[in-house]
Design a protein around this ligand. Structure first.
Ligand SMILES: Cc1ncc(COP(=O)(O)O)c(C=O)c1O
Length: 466
């Protein structure tokens, strides 16, 4: 398909491709691993090495790689009608059918879909719509958004500032500091100070009180929305105490604050359901943000799904000639929507949600069998979302110093053994395609065990742990 050698492509990449989240301290020497083929649970790089994909691309290839049905439906739609303007009153067939399907799958009265090109743009659009909603209601001061430390909401300017992984903002300018706020992450493993020794219920109350106090401090007339991932992903797969989301939702309702559930990772089967908010966390948000698994990464697509109540307000005619002036050239792109419809059909016909309900707990339990290894700190998550945190000593839970570079070491070691994991500081993240079998889970865990054993030897040698 191309006339270039693997080395030439590697060089073009190194010279010209600015990658998201590049570490330039190593990129200038090492360049990138170029992935050239992918099939089912596996990827193959341009040097012909084959790997088990432990991260579904980037939490997104839910139905697995290289599916012929997806290629066919995409080709059919390209040949039938590849693109036409979605603005104003112009539409396309797959966009309309998918919107109805999403309304059917989403909980309660989340019946209206605003399409975007990915997760960040969906977050950004949702915030603009929330502000617009309050303007139309005459609540012009109700603009404050409450997010959480360690949250990840994307990389557009607003989404990046809603993100609570504050190191990602180093040397970047901050915007909207006067209306974006962060409260504590809901994180059972690392507690904020004052909450170290609380039991689960007390800790939940502690977090909910912090939220309510922040609303009171900001003034309920000024607070527009709370945004949260049901299970924090990129922030370290942080699990909230039981009952947290429902309790936060109840506080939102008490103060007329909208609850935005960022389900970019947790939707489309990763937690065993199309959406996790209601089925797993017992609450119906006002807005759900989705992307990634909606099209399993075959084509970019994102959406903000909003409630009847919000729609009723924002769909009132503004004034003569007044428009709801928000949207993208590729909102509801017909090829992306056709791909998403096929993706949903595959998830349904292959019972992938039910499959995840079966293999998910197996995956979580299996990873805990590594707990006897010295650097095992915590294994946490739900279903096919898992974070494995490393420490210097599994009894004292003393953290490893940054110089130990533990996440990257485990990543490299797993890669040599044929498994891709995602390093994030002291943890590795795993989010395999939903089609994973129990045997493949076993081999993943075995590779991670070997990598941890090897790393323990190396760390002893380098005196990071005794
Ligand atoms: C929870 C969450 N929200 C938003 C985003 C941003 O999505 P995208 O990268 O498609 O813009 C991500 C990406 O990882 C995410 O994990």
């Amino acid at each position: 398909m191309n006339q270039y050698s693997a080395k030439e492509i590697w060089e073009m990449d190194k010279k010209h491709f600015i990658h998201p989240y590049t570490d330039f301290s190593s990129f200038s020497d090492e360049g990138s691993q170029v992935v050239s083929e992918a099939n089912g649970m596996y990827i193959i790089d341009s040097d012909d090495n084959k790997y088990l994909d432990g991260i579904a691309g980037l939490w997104c290839v839910n139905i697995g790689h290289g599916r012929k049905e997806m290629a066919e439906v995409i080709a059919e739609q390209v040949l039938k009608m590849q693109y036409y303007n979605p603005f104003g009153h112009s539409s396309n067939e797959p966009g309309s059918i998918l919107a109805a399907k999403l309304a059917e799958l989403a909980p309660g009265d989340l019946n209206h879909v605003f399409y975007t090109t990915g997760g960040s743009t969906a977050v950004d659009s949702a915030i603009r719509l929330v502000h617009f909603y309050n303007n139309v209601r005459g609540k012009n001061n109700k603009k404050q958004i409450i997010s959480r430390n360690n949250a990840y909401h994307g990389s557009t300017y607003v989404a990046a500032n809603l993100t609570g992984i504050h190191a990602t903002k180093n040397s970047f300018d901050r915007v909207a500091d006067n209306w974006i706020n962060h409260i504590s992450a809901a994180d059972m493993f690392h507690r904020p100070s004052g909450a170290e020794n609380l039991n689960e219920t007390e800790y939940c109350n502690f977090l909910v009180n912090e939220f309510e106090n922040r609303i009171i401090q900001l003034g309920e007339e000024n607070v527009a929305a709370f945004i949260a991932e049901p299970l924090m992903g990129a922030g370290g797969v942080l699990v909230a105490p039981t009952g947290y989301h429902k309790a936060m939702y109840d506080i939102c309702k008490k103060y007329d604050v909208l609850y935005i559930a960022d389900e970019v990772v947790t939707s489309f089967g990763r937690l065993g359901h199309f959406f996790a908010s209601e089925t797993v966390y017992d609450m119906q948000p006002d807005i759900i943000i989705t992307a990634k698994g909606i099209s399993s990464g075959y084509i970019p697509l994102g959406a903000a799904i909003i409630s009847d109540r919000i729609y009723e307000v924002i769909s009132k005619p503004q004034c003569e000639g007044g428009l709801l002036s928000i949207g993208y050239t590729y909102s509801g792109h017909p090829v992306a929507c056709a791909a998403a419809l096929k993706n949903i059909e595959i998830i349904e016909s292959e019972n992938l949600c039910e499959h995840v309900q079966e293999v998910g707990p197996y995956f979580q339990d299996k990873m805990k069998t590594l707990s006897n290894l010295k650097i095992f700190g915590d294994s946490r998550g739900s279903h096919l979302m898992l974070g494995l945190e490393f420490v210097a000593d599994n009894e004292t839970l003393e953290p490893l110093p940054i110089e130990a570079d533990i996440g990257n070491r485990i990543f490299e070691s797993c890669r040599k053994l044929g498994l891709i994991v995602r390093p994030l500081g002291n943890i590795i993240v795993l989010s395999p395609p939903l089609i994973i079998s129990k045997e493949q889970i076993d081999s993943m865990v075995e590779i991670i065990r070997k990598s941890m054993e090897q790393t323990i030897e190396d760390l002893k040698f380098e005196e990071f742990c005794s």
